[in-house]
Design a protein around this ligand. Structure first.
Ligand code: NAI
Length: 329
């Protein structure tokens, strides 16, 4: 099978090249261009395309891919909201994805953000570099024997529960479904109880109508003063203007964000003064107890290798006519 791999980064090439040794019948050609209606023509002569979260796999792109004889779309990510599934179905082009690759990668990053924002590591790092060894503004609190509130206990939330238990924390959780594997040490509670009792709150539910802006001024007001809030899930779980209001109310000891509402607007790629001036993310960064990273939760060697292995296995399953839970359609 010949795959054209779009939006290639050096780390993608490394992990997929390493995985290829176990899939001798697969050939990959890499291009730095991302997939969209202008670049879809490059797929001439290939069997499949491999795309990512930001690729445009809309109607026009699919029209062209179908015209070029593409038989399979391999998404090397969990999300597929950028794929026009109706058109793919019309052309009988299956879409496969990688629903989970390394929950621990994201959960460990969530804990890193919780710890770093609580102990002001970002601030401490800059202070010491400037030869300022004073401790002012750096005081945090122990996580040991405090309460962690985990919202969403699927793959990543469960990993976060286990990490918090390792820290000697009491772990409470809110989810619409309870995860049986956590019952030994996690107490499921209402969202209200979680908000009012937790010292550290970490969001691990998907973005849906029911979770959109689940953290807003009403839910923030229900939280304990001095809480640490972490979001590694999706930006729009948190209403940013309300978060800023909460920070101004001194609600939070720390806020750690790997995702934020403006992420898809490429605010920081287009660094014009006007955009930054109106950017809520830039406003968030002006607070010393806020730490923001650039959607890097998934970004570990193990996760990238798992993405490569699963994507290529998806290609093989297609060749063998095998159905799997990674099939979107
Ligand atoms: P998952 O599907 O295994 O778990 C999601 C959990 O959320 C499920 O237990 C589900 O019942 C629960 N849930 C659904 N609606 C809810 C609600 N209204 N309130 C509370 N809980 C609710 O998903 P997984 O793999 O754990 O991923 C979680 C999220 O992490 C993803 O949706 C994605 O947004 C984010 N993510 C972030 C990455 C990063 O690099 N920062 C990488 C991968 C995923």
């Amino acid at each position: 099978m010949k795959i054209l791999f779009f939006d290639t980064k050096s780390y993608d090439k490394e992990s997929f090249d390493a995985a290829l040794s176990s899939f001798p019948s697969v050939e990959i050609e890499y291009t730095k261009s991302d997939l969209d209606p202008r670049t879809a023509v490059l797929a001439e002569g290939f069997d499949a395309v491999c795309a990512f979260v930001n690729s445009d796999v809309g109607t026009q792109t699919l029209d062209i891919l179908h015209g070029k004889g593409i038989k399979l779309i391999l998404m090397r990510c969990a999300g597929f909201n950028n794929v026009d599934l109706d058109t793919a179905k019309k052309y009988n082009i299956p879409v496969k994805r990688v629903p989970g690759y390394s929950p621990e990668a994201v959960a460990e990053h969530a804990m890193a953000l919780a710890l770093a924002s609580n102990r002001r590591l970002h601030k401490a790092y800059n202070k010491v570099r400037e030869n300022d060894f004073s401790l002012s503004g750096l005081m945090g609190f122990n996580f040991y024997q405090k309460t962690a509130g985990i919202i969403g206990t699927g793959k990543i939330g469960a990993a976060m529960c286990r990490i918090c238990r390792g820290f000697g924390m009491k772990v409470i959780a809110y989810d619409v479904y309870e995860n049986e594997s956590l019952k030994d040490f996690v107490e499921y509670v209402s969202l209200e109880k979680l908000l009012s009792e937790s010292d550290v709150i970490s969001l691990h539910c998907p973005l849906m109508d029911s979770t959109y802006h689940i953290i807003n001024i009403d839910t923030i007001k229900q939280m304990k003063d001095g809480v640490v809030l972490v979001n590694t899930s999706r930006g729009a779980l948190v209403k940013t203007d309300d978060l800023i209001e909460g920070i101004r109310m001194h609600k939070f000891a720390g806020v750690g964000l790997d995702v934020y509402e403006e992420e898809t607007d490429n605010v920081f790629e287009d660094r014009s003064d006007e955009i930054l001036e109106h950017s809520t993310t830039a406003r968030l960064l002006s607070f010393p107890n806020v730490m923001i990273t650039s959607h890097q939760g998934f970004f570990t060697r193990e996760a990238l290798q798992a993405i490569a292995d699963i994507t290529l296995q998806n290609a093989m399953d297609y060749e063998a006519g095998k159905k799997s839970s990674n099939d979107v359609i």
